[in-house]
Design a protein around this ligand. Structure first.
Ligand code: PAF
Length: 282
């Protein structure tokens, strides 16, 4: 696997693959890779001749007071894991390569509506940073497809909308959440949890599972969601949101069948997110 740091080298490597008529799959990441990221690489590997991962801790998607400085940077371990997973190329640029004029002067992509509420409400500007960097990576790599984890459900919806609205000729592949044995969704931020918090963390998924059971058997959503919030608080979480939305993140109406439960909650200073899709009864 070759690691490329500069845009001209990236363009040259991909130009060769394109001339050979090979399909290119992109896996954008911020590094500190776990099995969830490797599932993205595996999904990419199944669908394309060339798999390119990117590692870039994108400052544009972190708000003031968030964990930009503390975000784990583990390039050497990540390179070894990507290579073992069959990745062909890694693009790991510096911030000045991505944003040469600085963050304030950077042209941005703003996706409306689907960014409203949920993480968009508690992390203002976050999705503008995500869509801007992902749009830029799409332009640089020009992949045939790109793989994103379903754990970041709203992010995936934002990227799908951006691709549709800006007519990027790129297939977006959503890859199912990878969980630890106790149900906790894998995330680079799990590494911030103390042993006590790590023992509590699976309650987030367990609560979503309990709610799903109630909703699928016809219980009223508002009372169930209130109970879910109370349960999370009792376990030691500070819930940010716990919501039921239609699968496209629109509001749930009487005709909604495919839906999603979404949660974000803090354990100490660590913010965890998770979601579970479900089918509402008629
Ligand atoms: O999901 C992530 O790791 C990031 O938001 C992404 C898509 C790599 C953009 O920086």
């Amino acid at each position: 696997m070759r690691t490329l740091r500069e845009i001209p080298a990236l363009r040259e490597a991909l130009g060769d693959a394109r001339r050979r008529g090979e399909r290119i799959a992109l896996v954008p990441t911020m590094g500190n890779l776990h099995d969830g990221h490797l599932a993205l690489v595996a999904a990419a590997r199944e669908r394309a001749e060339v798999v390119i991962a990117t590692i870039f801790v994108n400052p544009l998607q972190f708000g003031a007071g968030e964990d930009l400085e503390a975000y784990p940077r583990t390039l050497e371990e990540d390179q070894a894991r990507l290579e073992a997973a069959g990745c062909d190329l890694l693009f790991a640029p510096d911030t000045t390569t991505v944003y040469p004029r600085g963050l304030a002067a950077q042209t941005r992509i703003v996706v409306p509506e689907v960014t409203d509420g949920l993480c968009g409400a508690s992390r203002p500007g976050h999705f503008d940073g995500v869509s801007t960097v992902v749009g830029m990576l799409f332009n640089l790599v020009q992949p045939d497809l790109a793989c994103f984890g379903e754990k970041d459900y709203q992010q995936l919806a934002v990227i799908r909308r951006m691709v549709a609205d800006l007519h990027f000729p790129i297939e977006i592949v959503g890859v199912p959440i990878v969980r630890a044995e106790d149900g906790l969704a894998l995330s680079s931020r799990n590494g911030y949890l103390s042993p006590e918090q790590r023992a509590i963390a699976p309650r987030l998924y367990a609560t979503l599972c309990e709610l799903r059971e109630g909703l699928e058997s016809g219980s009223a959503p508002s009372a169930l969601l209130e109970q879910g919030r109370t349960r999370l608080e009792a376990a030691g979480f500070e819930p940010d949101y716990l919501e039921l939305r239609a699968a496209d993140l629109g509001p749930v109406t009487t005709v909604t069948r495919e839906a999603v439960l979404l949660a974000a909650a803090r354990l100490g200073t660590t913010r965890l997110i998770d979601n579970l899709t479900l089918t509402l009864p008629r």
